[in-house]
Design a protein around this ligand. Structure first.
Ligand code: COA
Length: 179
């Protein structure tokens, strides 16, 4: 059973459910990641993922959620997963730190879904006892940088040319949020 973290409505009246993932989300999650790969979105993944690869990934995540190593929040609209976000706990001397990632389907961006997912993740991270969240974002990804800053993340520093995308080299910014 998925855990529901919250619900809200988009301006067009569609209901958004923020919840934990379940095995039945496999096809939606595969489509979602591949839609971002196809558009050349500013994420690390740069190749189409097979259903088998996604299945292996999802099985690992569901197992890590059980073990308290991963927090995942998906956004569901009209029975379809249109956004995915996660925090993965680091290990050893960094086990109080969580690495955050988030994607929203292109046609659902700029409607407040990403912000609500991040707020939910942060709340759950606090409950789970994490003390610090970190993430990496491309310098040209102005929308994501805006959202992260709005939610309280601060820039730690810049690694020049750490990413190579369709547009060429890009700097990577490490951001952090103390909880
Ligand atoms: C980044 C992302 C997760 C944000 O989710 P979202 O649902 O689009 O975000 P929201 O609708 O909650 O907020 C978008 C905000 O960015 C602003 N924005 C939109 N385009 C912008 C731009 N080019 N520059 C700066 N701000 C921008 C919007 O005005 C809005 O600001 P507001 O909340 O102050 O009004 C989503 O856009 C996404 O998945 N992008 C592609 C993948 C990606 O970049 N993932 C993060 C990798 S680090």
């Amino acid at each position: 059973m998925a855990k529901v973290y919250g619900e809200f409505f988009l301006e067009n009246g569609s209901k958004v459910v923020l919840r934990s993932p379940r095995w039945e989300d496999l096809d939606d999650l595969t489509k979602l990641i591949n839609s971002l790969v196809e558009e050349g979105a500013p994420i690390t993944m740069d190749r189409i993922i097979t259903r088998e690869e996604e299945a292996e990934w999802l099985a690992g995540r569901l197992s890590n959620i059980e073990k308290g190593r991963t927090i995942m929040v998906v956004a569901e609209v009209n029975g379809k997963v249109v956004g995915n976000s996660e925090i993965n706990r680091l290990g050893g001397h960094q086990s109080h730190v969580g690495l955050l990632g988030i994607i929203v389907a292109r046609e659902y961006r700029d409607r407040g879904i990403g912000t609500r997912m991040l707020e939910t993740l942060i709340e759950e991270a606090r409950k789970a006892g994490l003390k610090l969240l970190i993430l990496d974002v491309l310098s040209t990804n102005t929308r994501a940088r805006h959202v992260y800053e709005k939610i309280g993340f601060r820039e730690a520093g810049v690694v020049p040319k750490m990413a190579h995308t369709r547009e060429g080299y890009d700097d990577v910014i490490r951001m952090y949020l103390e909880l």
